[in-house]
Design a protein around this ligand. Structure first.
Ligand code: FE2
Length: 320
């Protein structure tokens, strides 16, 4: 596949499972288009035109000719200069890597991580949380994330990729959408009775089983094993953790249990106060599920996958 085809396929795969639905995604793209058209030529030169077709600011082709042919990719949750150097070592061992797929955003995609956070109010609206409240709360939290990513050395990995002439792209929210839908659909189908049932159901997924064997199983951090699971909200996508007040909003909207990849202490404190059940599914295995579902699309088209950096590779090709 060509590098650009991989990038586009990854984005489109994630769009199909966006919790806001197709119409929500189309609205995002239309908003970007309107914003672009209003700009003068100078302002247009600063505009990221990928956002006209890709609604995920945290997912970008960062380094490499879009027309480059890609046969083998190195894929990991976190990619830094160390993983980029691995491509050289692998080439020396007869395994040349054409491109690196990072899950967590790098380069300009990391600088704009805050933009995808507005997916969260859209996802919560499906559960009856009012957007005027959730969006207002998000403004402050998104700004906080924008400032911290702006301070970070966001181009470090991309700079290493350029020096090695190795293509680099990142797909974050598209993968997280896949994991979110996968676990959400499983909960919907199986309707676990208690929090213990939720954890056991998660552990039936190979990525979580693998993490459990590492001593990192899905874990109840608010609530007790025997407590009723009730209405379950899977909170895997939308960039990074939202405002701490979301625990209260979800609880007020009738959600009993939140399944997340990780949770900040201040948000967890709020959840406990609201008696909202929280199950931490695990960061690496949850990210792995989403990455794997995207990778299956690439593998089906003949791309050779080399997993690294925390990715628990499980192929679901050929499974119903
Ligand atoms: Fe992650």
């Amino acid at each position: 596949m060509k590098l650009m085809e991989i990038y586009r396929l990854g984005v489109e795969t994630g769009m199909a499972k966006d919790p806001r639905g197709r119409s929500g995604v189309e609205k995002e793209l239309a908003k970007a288009k309107r914003a672009y058209e209003k700009l003068d030529e100078t302002e247009k030169s600063f505009f990221d035109t990928d956002s006209l077709w890709n609604p995920y600011a945290d997912s970008r082709l960062l380094v490499g000719d879009p027309e480059r042919e890609v046969r083998r990719i190195l894929v990991g949750v976190d990619i830094d200069a160390g993983e980029m150097m691995l491509t050289e070592a692998l080439a020396q061992r007869g395994k040349p890597i054409d491109a690196v797929f990072a899950h967590h955003p790098q380069g300009r995609a990391r600088a704009r991580l805050c933009d995808v956070m507005y997916l969260q109010p859209g996802a919560m609206a499906n559960y009856g949380v009012l957007k005027n409240i959730s969006e207002a709360l998000m403004d402050e939290r998104a700004r906080e994330v924008e400032i911290s990513t702006g301070v970070s050395n966001y181009n470090r990995t991309a700079d290493a990729a350029k020096l090695l002439d190795c293509a680099l792209f990142c797909l974050h929210t598209p993968c997280d959408n896949m994991a979110n839908a996968f676990v959400g659909e499983l909960m919907e189908q199986e309707q676990p009775e208690t929090l213990d049932d939720v954890c056991k159901l998660l552990r039936s997924i190979p990525e979580y089983a693998s993490a459990a064997r590492d001593g990192n199983p899905p874990s109840i951090v608010s609530g007790t094993p025997g407590r009723s699971a009730g209405k379950v909200f899977v909170d895997f996508t939308g960039g990074t953790g939202g405002p701490k007040e979301y625990a209260r909003l979800l609880s007020d909207a009738g959600v009993s249990t939140v399944i997340c990849m990780h949770m900040r202490q201040e948000a967890l404190d709020m959840a406990r106060e609201a008696k909202l059940n929280v199950v931490i599914a695990g960061h690496m295995p949850s990210d792995s599920i989403g990455i794997n579902l995207v990778l299956d699309q690439l593998e089906a088209r003949g791309v050779d996958i080399v997993p690294c950096s925390g990715l628990i590779r499980v192929s679901r090709l050929g499974r119903a």
